[in-house]
Design a protein around this ligand. Structure first.
Ligand code: HEC
Ligand code: HEC
Ligand code: HEC
Length: 424
């Protein structure tokens, strides 16, 4: 469907279906305040689950209080703001019952029949067991209440109409808890439950259609997030050396794997959260992702270097020697660099990916360890290069270190990222 076709379809269908899903939903009374809330093991389990679900990452403004919302989320349809999920009675979810919360997580409906936008990944959270949702509720409801209302969403018509979401749900929301695969063992099923449900990995790693829904025929085929490319996590993985479950575990738990590199951009908060949850859960996630990656034949693009790019590569090589080689030339010279070794560029996904965006972001924004912690550091080069220089530099890096063909749209992508402020 074209965008216009989609829009008129939505307008037509919205009128018909506006009430269908939400009809049975009415706000329910809040339970007496104290009861099961005091259950500290339930709350602790809820905290771990909330970390795997990245609830705080989306529901916290960079300068705001935890879970108080207001963080802008850019989508192709406009900007949405995460809402306040602290137990404040007026501006948060303080008056919500456990049932209200369960409906929001499983059906994307808030009290008052307010349909929620799927930027809140309830299309994944619908896979959660009622028990897990209850634990998350117990955790969220015991946070510090904060009085704050998110700014109004800035969405284009017809997406600004919440009624249109009923249609979206009819078409794309597959409700229902995760059903274990009896052919597989408990660890595999735990991994699948967390990846497909709470971890909502596909929200970034699966491509979306014109109506913003994940294309389930292409699960984990690579998607995007905040102007970054979220690489394929299936047999189309662009990683030059195949990921093992062990390597995925290191990457997801510590944020870095020696054979692949460091998690950056929108993947950084994901691995920060996974460093705080039970180790067995991260092992299960790694096992399941490795299984998805290795189910098919790994098709690797044979080395080809593009002649058309040769003219700019000369400049690129000189820039690389001046600005990058001190840290990235180990694979040529063999020597260790400073205290640690950087992953050879030839092994990194960003340099080998079919899309140049992540390499551009990394060079402009650098890589930072968290305050007070040790970790990979690369300085940001924003302002250091002109568009042409950055395109020449990355053209050279691609031709020298990657197995794939030259990035054909490199200059265009460099311009877009340098000038549209599409940055982290
Ligand atoms: C990718 C970002 C993202 C993540 C991750 C996320 N949320 Fe949200 N959430 C949102 C957005 C955006 C909204 C507002 C949707 C709207 O306005 O329709 C929202 C709305 C909600 C609401 C409805 C509140 C209201 O009154 O609008 C609840 C409850 C909620 N989220 C809970 C959670 C929990 C619990 C988690 C973790 C398990 C979570 N969210 C993870 C983005 C996110
Ligand atoms: C908010 C968006 C987002 C979510 C959610 C997300 N990822 Fe990512 N992920 C990315 C981006 C962007 C990259 C590329 C950045 C980089 O190379 O560090 C990435 C990179 C990765 C990589 C490295 C791939 C490679 O070949 O280099 C793996 C593995 C990965 N993610 C696994 C996961 C798993 C498992 C989950 C769910 C538990 C998940 N991701 C959830 C955005 C996301
Ligand atoms: C001060 C040292 C330093 C300098 C200078 C430096 N880098 Fe890096 N770079 C790093 C480190 C450390 C990493 C993270 C890799 C790892 O985890 O070992 C990295 C990662 C990268 C990656 C990402 C690989 C991935 O994980 O997907 C790219 C691309 C890259 N550098 C390109 C460049 C380019 C181009 C230049 C020159 C403009 C440059 N770097 C300059 C230290 C440096």
């Amino acid at each position: 469907m074209t965008a216009r076709g989609v829009a008129s379809f939505l307008i037509l269908a919205a009128g018909v279906a506006a009430t269908s899903w939400a009809a049975d939903v009415a706000p329910t009374a809040k339970p007496a305040a104290d009861q099961s809330m005091a259950d500290s093991t339930l709350i602790a389990r809820g905290a771990e689950l909330a970390a795997i679900g990245n609830c705080a990452s989306c529901h916290t403004h960079p300068e705001g209080k935890s879970f108080a919302g207001g963080r802008p989320i850019k989508t192709p349809f406009g900007t949405l703001y995460s809402t306040n999920i602290t137990p404040d009675n007026e501006t948060g979810i303080g008056k919500w019952s456990a049932e209200d919360f369960l409906r929001a997580m499983h059906d994307g409906v808030a009290p008052g029949r307010r349909n929620l936008y799927p930027a809140f990944p309830y299309d994944h959270f619908t896979r959660l067991t009622d028990n897990d949702v209850e634990a998350i509720y117990a955790f969220v409801m015991t946070r510090e209440p904060v009085r704050l209302t998110a700014p109004p969403n800035q969405l284009a018509f017809p997406m600004n109409l919440r009624s249109a979401l009923s249609v979206w749900k009819v078409l794309f929301l597959e409700r229902g808890a995760y059903r274990p695969d009896p052919q597989q063992d408990a660890e595999w099923n735990r991994g699948a439950y967390l990846v497909e449900g709470l971890g909502h990995c596909g929200a970034c790693h699966t491509p979306r259609n014109a109506m913003g829904a994940e294309e389930h025929t292409r699960d984990f085929d690579g998607g995007q997030s905040e102007g970054w490319d979220a690489p394929a996590l299936n047999s189309s993985s662009p990683a030059p050396s195949a990921w093992t479950a062990e390597q995925l575990y290191a990457y997801l738990r510590q944020g870095r794997d020696e054979n692949h590199g460091t998690a950056v951009g929108p993947m950084k908060p994901v691995v920060d959260n996974l460093s705080q949850v039970p180790e067995s859960d991260v092992r299960a996630i790694a096992r399941y992702v490795a299984w998805r990656m290795n189910r098919g034949q790994l098709v690797r693009v044979a080395a080809t270097s593009s002649d058309s790019a040769q003219t700019v590569i000369g400049d690129g090589e000189a820039i690389f020697r001046g600005a990058c080689a001190s840290c990235h030339e180990a694979e040529a010279s063999g020597g260790p660099i400073r205290s640690g070794r950087t992953v050879p560029l030839s092994l990194t996904t960003s340099v080998n990916a079919p899309d140049a965006r992540n390499a551009i972001h990394i060079v402009l924004e650098g890589i930072w360890p968290d305050a007070g912690e040790k970790g990979a550091f690369m300085p940001p080069f924003e302002g250091a290069f002109t568009e042409q220089q950055l395109a020449a530099l990355l053209g050279y890096v691609r031709s020298r270190y990657a197995r794939g063909p030259a990035w054909s749209d490199l200059p265009k992508q460099v311009r877009a990222i340098m000038h549209t402020g599409q940055k982290q």
